[in-house]
Write a protein that binds this ligand. Structure first.
Ligand code: 6PG
Length: 246
């Protein structure tokens, strides 16, 4: 069990993602050396998109062991995979089609499925192939304190058995149902990185990190890897409300 989260704070989003890329390259190599593969769960969102684009560029395109990488998704919107709201589509364009990931190692959440519960159960079977432990779970934090598709007051916040579930229609755009990893899956990860940038997130982040503990209202507070590590990756604007050193 890890005690406190760690923080990586950089002056701007560009420097943050540069530093995140270097860390990812080193960690991916370590995972491959230890277990022969690197499992990486992607998030949706605007900051991750810039990160994926950077990873698709040199030197990372050549320096990350993409052939040994298994790509998963932390959440997906209930839309076709080529819909512009699809997290898969975003990641495919920004990263997956640009680097040498084997197609069979891209484990997509089937947001287009007619029966989302079935799609969630299928994903759980895949997760169990990794013994339930994802090497790196990259997450974002929404303006309301949600993460993945774990939204405030959602019935899935209390799910303790399942690793992946379908959700009701999301309270934020896009207002569609979602598939999401649960706390059980996220908190079993070896590393969780929560990437947050921009002034507009500063107040919410301060509340999340320094306010009352109420994950039912602020779901990102429920992220606590059991044996793994939690790293908050922030730019100076997002971190501007924090009192980390006082
Ligand atoms: C989703 C995302 C979501 C995202 C946050 C932050 O599918 O909506 O996975 O959890 O990470 O909303 O997104 P931004 O970085 O765009 O603010």
């Amino acid at each position: 069990m890890t005690d406190n989260p760690s923080f990586l704070i950089k002056p701007n989003p560009e420097q943050l993602i540069q530093s995140a890329a270097a860390r990812l390259a080193e960690y991916a190599e370590q995972c491959v050396a230890e277990r022969g593969r690197f499992s990486f769960a992607l998030s949706g969102g605007s900051t991750p998109k810039a990160f994926y684009e950077l990873l698709a560029d040199e030197p990372w395109r050549s320096n990350i062991p993409w052939k040994q990488t298994i790509i998963l998704f932390g959440d997906e919107r209930a839309v076709p995979h080529d819909d512009e709201r699809s997290n898969y589509r975003m990641a495919a364009h920004a990263l997956l089609h640009q680097v040498g990931i084997l197609p069979e190692n891209i484990w997509r959440l089937r947001g287009e499925a007619e029966n989302l519960d079935e799609a969630a159960q299928e994903y759980e079977v895949r997760l169990n192939e990794l013994d339930g432990q994802i090497d790196l779970n990259l997450l974002g934090m929404g303006p309301d304190g949600h993460t993945a598709s774990l939204f405030p007051q959602s019935p899935v916040l209390t799910e303790m058995q399942r690793l992946c579930v379908s959700t009701p229609v999301a309270p934020l755009e896009p207002h569609v149902r979602r598939l999401t990893l649960t706390y059980s899956a996220i908190n079993a990860s070896r590393q969780v990185w929560i990437m947050v940038t921009g002034k507009s997130k500063a107040q919410r982040l301060q509340q999340v990190l320094e306010g009352e503990h109420d994950p039912h209202q602020l779901p990102v507070q429920g992220v606590h890897p059991l044996d793994g590590e939690l790293l908050w990756m922030l730019d100076a604007d997002a971190a501007s409300g924090l009192h980390l050193n006082s």
